[in-house]
Ligand binder design. Structure first.
Ligand code: ZN
Length: 398
């Protein structure tokens, strides 16, 4: 039996870990200080761009990668009808597994910020919803951005690099905040916009007719983006509309996302799940992850029986004031550690938590280890995820 395991944990939000411009960080800052709005508003007039050979390849890839979305379409096509538009999920991904809603529409027309359920999973002036990937690294898998409804392409832009806002000057993005994007006109004055697509991925041209579910490009982080995501925006007669309520910003709350007012044609509950917070990544590492580059994806080093410490890092989104993150590690010979980060002092869009456990002599016992990450709210566990680690000496090259 091991003796004397030590563990510690620390909660680091975007502000602490990444001292740069960061939309999630901006949310935390603005909620704390009522700072002037500096939200990235996507430009609405996109200029045509030239298609490329790469676009063609990605268009083919869509049929391979878009299977999840096709299933989604099949399940929800019955929901269409009436004069109100019905929008399909604008990205081919599995919500809650490889993509998450980071920011919802800001329903507060004033200087505050409020999502449609009266929560804080948005930031002031946000006119769409941001469906994010786990990290920038995931954009290499070319997650397809899909037309949410049939219509005609009003404008496109391509050719802008995928570069986080914190690594470039915002002034260089003036009037191009959307990055690589597409605007589609639908019937009766409705319009949808898709922003921050991956450079070279835009697969449609101005004037083209597209059908619901058609690939427009791939998720990236071009333009004014702090993380890999598609900013999806709905407008009616030019006015931004929250697809969850079918209303413009009006500061009313609608707790149930499955209300008939929703413009979504699909699993609205899955889209609304991240309102409550989500654990988007949990890893083991033999060395501390580089938190400053967390949006690129946590870089980890393999844990062995000889590692001095086992680090566990987790990234979480949309946590609330008072939430605590708990990390546990269990293993052979009744090994167990549990640590809790301090309660959050305010709502936070992105939280990174790191815990470490030290081994006692002579080494970590061989066998299966399980890491747990939990979100505690008002003393109750509201989210949990587990990760597995197998330690064997014969896997370590000696
Ligand atoms: Zn956005």
């Amino acid at each position: 039996m091991r003796s004397g395991p030590a563990s510690r944990s620390a909660a680091l939000d975007g502000t602490d870990a990444v001292p740069h411009d960061f939309s999630a960080q901006r949310r935390a800052i603005s909620s704390a200080t009522n700072a002037a709005p500096i939200a990235p508003l996507p430009d609405q007039s996109l200029t045509p761009s030239r298609p490329s050979i790469v676009c063609t390849l990605w268009r083919v890839a869509r049929y391979l990668c878009g299977a999840a979305a096709l299933v989604w379409l099949t399940e929800t096509v019955q929901a269409q009808g009436g004069n109100r538009p019905q929008f399909f999920l604008p990205i081919a991904c599995e919500l809650g597994k490889d993509c998450f809603v980071q920011n919802y529409f800001d329903t507060d027309p004033g200087p505050g910020a409020q999502d449609f359920s009266c929560g804080g999973a948005t930031y002031d002036g946000h006119k769409g919803i941001d469906i994010r990937l786990i990290s920038n690294r995931e954009t290499e898998k070319s997650y397809p951005v899909l037309a949410a409804a049939s219509g005609k392409v009003r404008g496109v832009r391509d050719g802008m690099p995928d570069l986080l806002l914190r690594r470039q000057h915002a002034s260089a993005l003036a009037n191009r905040e959307c990055g690589n994007g597409v605007v589609i006109e639908h019937d009766e004055g409705w319009e949808t916009q898709y922003c921050h697509l991956r450079q070279g991925s835009v697969a449609v041209k101005q004037g083209m007719r597209v059908t619901a579910g058609q690939m427009l490009g791939s998720v990236g982080f071009s333009g004014m983006a702090d993380f890999a995501h598609v900013h999806f925006e709905v407008r009616h007669q030019g006015k931004p509309i929250d697809p969850f309520t079918g209303q413009p910003a009006n500061a009313t709350c609608m707790v149930d996302p499955a209300t008939p007012a929703s413009l979504w044609a699909g699993d609205v509950n899955a889209l609304g799940a991240a309102l409550q917070g989500a654990i988007i990544e949990a890893v083991f590492s033999a060395s501390p992850p580089d938190l400053a580059r967390a949006e690129d994806g946590l870089i980890v080093s393999p844990v062995t029986t000889e590692s001095t410490q086992i680090f566990q890092a987790a990234r979480l989104i949309n946590l609330r004031r008072g939430d605590r993150v708990q990390i546990s590690l269990t293993g052979p010979a009744n090994f167990k550690t549990v640590s809790q980060a301090p309660p959050l002092d305010r709502n936070k869009a992105i939280v990174v938590v790191v815990s470490s456990a030290k081994r006692g002599p002579p080494s970590w016992p061989e066998g299966a280890y399980t890491g747990g990450v939990q979100i505690l709210r008002n003393g109750a566990v509201i989210q949990t995820t587990t990760t597995s680690l197998m330690l064997q000496r014969n896997n370590q090259g000696r």
